[in-house]
Design a protein around this ligand. Structure first.
Ligand SMILES: C[S@@+](CC[C@H](N)C(=O)[O-])C[C@H]1O[C@@H](n2cnc3c(N)ncnc32)[C@H](O)[C@@H]1O
Length: 324
């Protein structure tokens, strides 16, 4: 994996200083290719984690739905979803982005790999996005931090009519909190498939949880640690490739997918010592801190120590202590 450091630095600076939303930053197809080979791949790894979790929940997209990608960039979200479910699962792919260059790149990259009809929005305007078709599956990926509140509300109004929405964002507190705000706006129209284990109001809306945020970590593939291009990329940008934080919310109108279990999701990174692991957990209704002592909860302790935090678990709690 080779990367064009100057191009990526220019784009990343705008992501980091919060100015990426101000104007279209894609200057050429080369920009998109450089992004697609690096930052987008990491985003694809996050999508893989989310899609694997949806497999665990036995979630499937509605058969023959149009797949709509809003803020498609180089098209990584659509491609990852198409690879996971097969292009025959979708009737077509529709791309939206304020950048015509991005839509063209995404369309070409999708048609190069998948036998599916792809269309691009002729005149894109976030403030006047059309209402999405009622059979559509909409994907949104790493776009919220580039939208103003007004634009985000317009997107929410537009996607509220869809059949399902798959939304993945960075695992930062800011991005996660904005996604919770989206969840709150969309909950009257949809049930939640993931990450929530119940259909309650998100407990992150409660000010007592202000220091927590809903996020998880995806496992990168082996190539991230074996290919020299990736280690060069990590050095150049000071990125720890093993820490792939993301937040996500999966919405669906079909009642059979509205999750209702007594399980807890582990949020973020547990604090592990040689005696115990302290983790922040959410059961869909409340956020709390639990202690998995090596002696009383050996398998959870081991899992937390290894960083296996993706799957919700049933916990036998005595106060804050997990007892196995
Ligand atoms: C960080 S990139 C993410 C691209 C892709 N979804 C991914 O996950 O790799 C954000 C994308 O959102 C697009 N974007 C930013 N503001 C937008 C707006 N107001 N309307 C539509 N697209 C926008 C940008 O052009 C860019 O392609």
């Amino acid at each position: 994996m080779q990367h064009d450091r100057r191009t990526l630095e220019r784009i990343r600076t705008q992501y980091l200083n919060g100015t990426a939303g101000n104007a279209d930053y894609w200057q050429s197809a080369d920009d998109l290719a450089a992004y697609d080979a690096t930052f987008a791949q990491r985003i694809g790894w996050k999508w893989n984690a989310v899609l694997n979790d949806l497999d665990r929940l036995e979630w499937k997209p509605p058969a023959g739905a149009p797949l709509i990608d809003i803020g498609c960039g180089s098209g990584i979200a659509s491609r990852t979803v198409l690879r996971h479910y097969g292009s025959a699962s979708f009737a077509s792919v529709h791309l939206h982005d304020r950048s015509p260059l991005a839509m063209r790149y995404a369309a070409e990259s999708i048609t190069a790999g998948f036998a599916v009809h792809v269309t691009q929005t002729a005149e894109y305007n976030t403030e006047t996005l059309p209402v999405m078709p009622s059979d559509a599956v909409v994907v949104l990926s790493h776009i919220l931090t580039e939208l103003t509140a007004v634009q985000a509300e317009s997107v929410v109004r537009s996607i509220a009519n869809a059949a399902a929405v798959l939304w993945v964002e960075p695992g930062t507190q800011t991005a996660s909190n904005r996604l919770v705000a989206v969840r709150t706006m969309l909950q009257p129209q949809f049930g939640i498939v993931a990450p929530c284990t119940q259909q309650c109001e998100c407990p992150m809306n409660n000010p007592v949880n202000a220091r927590h945020w809903c996020h998880a970590f995806a496992a990168p593939p082996a190539e991230a640690f074996t290919e020299s291009g990736w280690s060069q990329f990590a050095d150049d940008f000071g990125i720890d490739l093993s820490r792939l934080a993301y937040s996500h919310c999966i919405f669906d109108k079909r009642a059979e997918y509205h999750t209702a279990t007594a399980e807890y999701r582990i949020l973020g990174t547990p604090n592990v010592t040689s005696a115990d692991a302290v983790a922040c957990v959410c059961n869909g209704a409340t956020v709390s801190e639990i202690i998995a002592a090596k002696k009383r909860a050996p398998s959870l302790y081991k899992a937390l120590k290894k960083g296996n935090t993706d799957t919700p678990r049933a916990l036998n709690l005595h106060g804050r202590n997990v007892v196995e």
